[in-house]
Design a protein around this ligand. Structure first.
Ligand code: HEC
Length: 252
């Protein structure tokens, strides 16, 4: 009975988490890896160059990122810090005025330090790759997982302009013979970006990886620590068992 209840609860909770995506658009899977320093460095470079003009990651410091990612402080300051006069120990804030930003975009760009945990990594990875042309929107683009988003497509020069070939049809539908997707978001061949779709996906993997790291810089350490704790408990179990045998020797 207990098991049935537990299974039911788990199903409910995971169902709720899936529904939290909101738009119902299928999310693409991603397995982030915080030990891949090269990927995190590329992600940090993308983030600082293309996102930090509007967004802050204000719960994170430049120094911590530089140290965790293995970037020397002077290289970090010279190449990846664009706030004038910022010091290496400063928080990664942003000087955009929230009121003005609201006027420009309809809503102020939120802080992104924790966004991968609030929205989920799969949501973030899919969001970054799901901007498509929509002349009805103020910036000419819309987003599949965040309908009517106020953010412009900041990476258009890399990705190019995607068009939606589904036009309302089911984006998950597959050809029964070949198994290929019937429709979806496709880069317009006349308006390509500087990256191929495969390169862009890899770049968005790096960017998502970086924002996932930013939301939990301790993750790798936490997972390692967990293994040590289990090992300790295992060794402790031997002594606890021996002690128990000693105490109960005279009773039995
Ligand atoms: C020109 C300014 C601008 C740039 C550049 C920009 N964004 Fe945004 N972004 C916004 C605004 C404005 C919103 C709020 C949209 C809304 O609520 O409708 C937003 C929203 C978001 C959200 C959704 C947050 C949430 O949970 O609601 C994410 C994620 C995001 N941006 C990531 C990025 C990333 C990653 C980059 C860099 C590739 C980037 N943004 C570049 C302006 C910008």
């Amino acid at each position: 009975m207990k098991h049935v209840f537990l299974t039911l609860m788990l199903t409910l909770v995971s169902g709720m988490a899936a529904a939290a995506g909101g738009s119902g658009y299928p999310l693409d899977p991603i397995e982030t890896d915080h030990s891949d320093k090269a990927s995190l460095q590329r992600g940090a470079a993308l983030y600082q160059n293309y996102c930090s003009g509007c967004h802050a990651t204000g719960f994170q410091r430049y120094e911590r990122v530089a140290d965790d990612l293995g970037i020397p402080h002077d290289l970090m300051l010279d190449n990846l810090v664009f706030n004038k006069g910022a010091k290496i120990g400063d928080l990664m804030t942003n000087s955009m005025d929230a009121k003005e930003a609201k006027q420009w975009f309809g809503s102020a760009p939120p802080d992104l330090t924790l966004v991968s945990r609030v929205r989920g990594e799969e949501w973030l990875y899919t969001y970054l790759r799901s901007f498509y042309e929509d002349p009805k929107r103020p910036w000419g683009v819309n987003n599949k997982v965040f309908p009517d988003v106020g953010m412009p497509h900041a990476l258009m020069e890399l990705q190019g302009v995607q068009v939606d070939t589904c036009q309302g049809a089911d984006p998950t539908a597959r050809d029964p013979l070949t198994g290929d997707k019937m429709c979806g978001l496709v880069v317009d061949p006349k308006r390509k970006g500087s990256m191929t779709p495969e390169e862009f996906d890899l770049a968005m993997y790096d960017l998502t990886n970086f924002l996932s790291y930013s939301a939990e810089p301790m993750r790798t350490e936490r997972q390692q620590l967990g293994i040590y704790v289990f090992l300790f408990l295992l060794v402790f179990l031997v002594f606890a068992y021996l002690l128990k045998r000693e105490y109960w020797k005279d009773v039995h």
